[in-house]
Design a protein around this ligand. Structure first.
Ligand SMILES: Cc1ncc(C[n+]2csc(CCOP(=O)(O)OP(=O)(O)O)c2C)c(N)n1
Length: 514
């Protein structure tokens, strides 16, 4: 067995089923090993930013490690912006990055680079494998590191001669690491706060935002009157009728501060203290009121679900969870396109159990509110603020959940970073309905410019905030990559197009000019 075969075999026995890939010459033995087996499905992305975000979307929904195959330093570097988002989403990903043969590294050849330096900021675990006989073991360790709660990124760099060298073996999969829980006193302190009668918010992240974790948080809220909140950046939030109500802290700092003002106490469950994304000359970063007492009940690497279950016991929560969202699906709207109308139309057409991938930016500020009680669904957001995530994130979510419909809401500027994802959607026949909000602007930036008080934008600044001239033709862009599409001119057409997309067997794109 060669090194590449031991790597692939070890990944497969560790439960890896998909490898989002964009390989090169140094990875050919890895490709050959992937070619000789059927446990791991390879999915090609035509840009590494697609590959890394697809891995993120897959990991968020599959609940198991995602895998990427990337070519040397440049391939990894192309994928870094969305690896940044994935690191912020705290998802389990193993990056397999090729390296020149160890014997070749003495030469200064064109593709040589310091791959470890490129990988380090976004890799909780990082190693360059040194021998074929060790590669299986390195792979098992890389996989185990991704499992440290809530999920981490491992980068395993594989020199070509380590991949092609013989004498390798499959490694034993390492046991999942123990999941720590906070000390009893922490949970008692939280219970005391919740019983104090003071206005309390519980700020949730990670596994507390879906499934059993969210259900336990809902019981705590029902028993104590505490409000459940989610920070603006979050990876995955379960919502809809029957699900505990969780309000999102707004992006705009003044609105976030206004929402948080009412709370005397905040309990953090896997979440960080909310801060403004950016500094400003006339405002601080802190969004919580100065007199608010904040405790961290669980860190991101502690077991939120078990902790919340213990808290339910202490505060006498009943199994009948309430308050929960009551079903409320708005009727399909008609008439001229408005942002409120589009939000209502998405809520009106959203299928049961849909996965909504949201990078709708300024066009979508009303989307979550409109859809929250329509049908049960999951909402995936941009965790790291690096735009260009939605289209490939939708790819990963659709691969992880082939029986669910994916609705991908993308602003036009954000969509342009990784539009190659459309090609992967077409090639893999993924059931994704893509809505492009075509305002032909970097609207956020225009708003941020005024908000920072730097005056009125002149011609140069406006040229940096407007993305028309020429206008992007998304229907043609999609068509060129095999994704059928339509441009709508009214809400009636938008609703009809959504229904058509959601009934189709593959991807469909809807351009909504604003
Ligand atoms: C990788 C990356 N590059 C640049 C930015 C800065 N940035 C923030 S918002 C934005 C424009 C967003 O435009 P669009 O997606 O069309 O949404 P809109 O603001 O028009 O609603 C840019 C360029 C960023 N956040 N991430």
């Amino acid at each position: 067995m060669n090194g590449a075969e031991s790597l692939v075999g070890t990944l497969a026995s560790g439960g890896v089923e998909v490898c989002f890939s964009n390989p090169g010459t140094s990875e050919m033995h890895l490709v050959a090993a992937l070619d000789r087996q059927t446990a791991i499905r390879c999915i090609l992305g035509l840009f590494e930013g697609v590959v890394t975000a697809a891995a993120d979307g897959y990991a968020r929904m599959a609940g198991k490690p995602a895998c990427t195959l990337l070519h040397l330093g440049p391939g990894l570097a192309n994928g870094l912006a969305n690896l940044h988002n994935a690191a912020r989403a705290r998802v389990p990903i193993v990056n397999i990055v090729g390296q020149h043969a160890l014997s070749h590294l003495i030469h200064d050849t064109p593709l040589k680079s310091d791959i470890e330096a490129i990988a380090r900021p976004y890799s909780a675990w990082l190693r360059t494998s040194q021998s074929s006989s060790q590669l299986g073991r390195d792979t098992a360790e890389a996989l185990a590191a991704t499992q440290i709660l809530p999920g981490q990124i491992s980068t395993l760099i594989v020199p070509a001669d380590v991949a092609w060298g013989e004498g390798a073996t499959l490694a034993t999969i390492l046991p999942a690491p123990n999941v720590p829980v906070p000390a009893d006193e922490k949970i008692e302190q939280a219970a005391l706060m919740l019983r104090s009668g003071r206005r309390t918010a519980i700020l949730l992240a990670g596994s507390a935002l879906h499934g059993e974790g969210l259900s336990a948080a809902g019981r705590v809220a029902a028993a104590t009157g505490a409000k459940l909140l989610v920070p603006y950046p979050f990876a995955r939030l379960e919502r809809g009728p029957g699900v505990p109500i969780v309000d999102r802290v707004p992006y705009v700092p003044e609105q976030a501060a206004a929402m948080l003002r009412e709370f005397e106490q905040i309990i953090l469950v896997g979440a960080e203290i909310p801060m403004a994304y950016f500094a400003s000359p006339n405002r601080g970063a802190v969004l919580t009121p100065p007199e608010c007492s904040i405790i961290r009940l669980t860190t991101p690497s502690e077991d939120a679900e078990t902790t919340l279950d213990a808290l339910v016991e202490m505060v006498g929560g009943s199994p009948a969870i309430s308050p929960i969202e009551k079903a409320n699906r708005p009727p399909a709207p008609n008439g001229a396109i408005t942002l409120d109308g589009l939000a209502q139309a998405v809520a009106a057409t959203l299928p049961e159990n849909a996965i909504v991938v949201d990078e709708s930016m300024t066009a979508g500020r009303g989307m979550m509110a409109a859809a929250r009680a329509s049908v049960p669904h999951d909402w995936l957001g941009n965790t790291g603020g690096s735009i260009g995530i939605a289209l490939p994130l939708a790819v990963g979510a659709a691969v992880a959940c082939p029986d669910r419909r994916v609705v991908c809401l993308s602003a036009d500027g954000s969509g342009m970073y990784t539009l190659q994802a459309l090609w992967t959607m077409a090639r893999e026949g993924l059931k994704i309905t893509i809505v492009i909000f075509a305002n032909r602007l970097y609207s956020v930036l225009r708003w941020e410019f005024s908000n920072l008080g730097v005056g009125a934008p002149g011609k140069q600044a406006l040229d940096l905030f407007e993305i028309g001239r020429p206008d992007l033709n998304w229907v043609d862009l999609g068509k060129g990559m095999g994704v059928p599409g339509t441009r709508v001119t009214s809400l009636d057409e938008f609703v009809a197009a959504m229904r058509q997309g959601l009934a189709s067997d593959g991807p469909m794109l809807i351009e909504a000019p604003l």
